[in-house]
Design a protein around this ligand. Sequence first.
Ligand code: UD1
Length: 380
Amino acid sequence: MKIISVVGARPNFMKIAPFIKEIQAYNKIHNNTIEHILVHTGQHYDDRMSKAFFEALEIPEADINLGIGSGTHAEQVGNTMMAFEKVLKTEKPDWVVVLGDVNATLACSVTAKKEHIKVCHIEAGLRSRDMKMPEEINRLVTDRLSDLLLTPDTLSIENLKEEGATDKQVAFVGNIMIDTLEANRDKARLLQIPQLLKVNKLEGQEVYFDEKLNYGLVTLHRPSNVDDKEVLEALVRFLLDEVCQDMQLIWPVHPRTKKNLQSFGLWEEMEQHPRMILQYPLGYHELLRLNMDASIMLTDSGGLQEECTILGTPCLTLRWNTERPITLKEHGGASVLVGNNVGRIREEYQVILKEDRKPIRPELWDGMTAGRCLTAILNY
Ligand code: UD1
């Protein structure tokens, strides 16, 4: 059997790592019967957004890199489709495996189906019902086209069934990202926080981290939070003027966010604030280590919401909706949706500040999802 797996952007890398390990283990016992080709579309190309994750998570170098890079969504998707079509015509795989909801997921599932190749979507069935999110469009199209839909939770099965998916198409496998978390917890635990902050400090910055003081973690990259000056400025003011009164904040800044903070004239003040610790985008183990002991997380990332659920870190999700309701408090999780209205964020911040860690483990988030993914493909 020949499988092509596709990755493109940072959140794909932690999901592909356990799947590739599973194929390698299978091949050891079964005489290399699976031929696996890893394709990187090249959407994320900075070393810290891509290469660092391949190294830290021991992902073999991609067999093929499409070198797509940045651009508008149409450019990224269109260029990926054209380049991936050539790969498919040469390689003729039995399966294309796509992950999550990034532009690579959409572009490569559409291209594969047009070439009559079976598509397996890992992390199928998540729905935010927010059609302004590019990821929601990517999820809807990919799931509609996929032959095999592997879901992280049972709510996702309901979503897929409502949209007409059949029993044969859907399998509940659990959350593959938690495989990576469980496999790397011990290694992350060994990292020393002051040391890792020094290694990842921005050029020209000094890091003053007080080990006796609590710290929170901030990550923001969604266009709805970082592209509008008024919105981003209000968030930054709240973080600097209010949250930094209570604790230190560590903020690994996404390239898009950094660009906007600089052009909106907000960067300098942040850089100079003694309790705001700005960092380059962090590696997998580094962010996991920080998440383990953070007092709170303020984020618009879906993956971090999930990791906070397992680690129990109180999490304010700066979005109005989520495709991952299982991570929310009402489902027993650690996260609260607060959007980007400072009044609402402040209210929930005061509540969450007094809370202790409450780790929970949703069904099948057990570190063994990759095995179930491969079995589902082999048994299809
Ligand atoms: C993408 C995913 C999003 C995911 C996020 C994680 C889609 C639609 N979005 O969004 O779901 O949560 O990755 O990071 O696929 N840039 C660099 N270096 C890089 C990559 C990007 O400088 O290696 C800059 C470029 O200016 C680029 C901008 O960041 O234009 C945004 O990158 P892009 O790949 O368009 O989307 P993300 O916002 O990262």
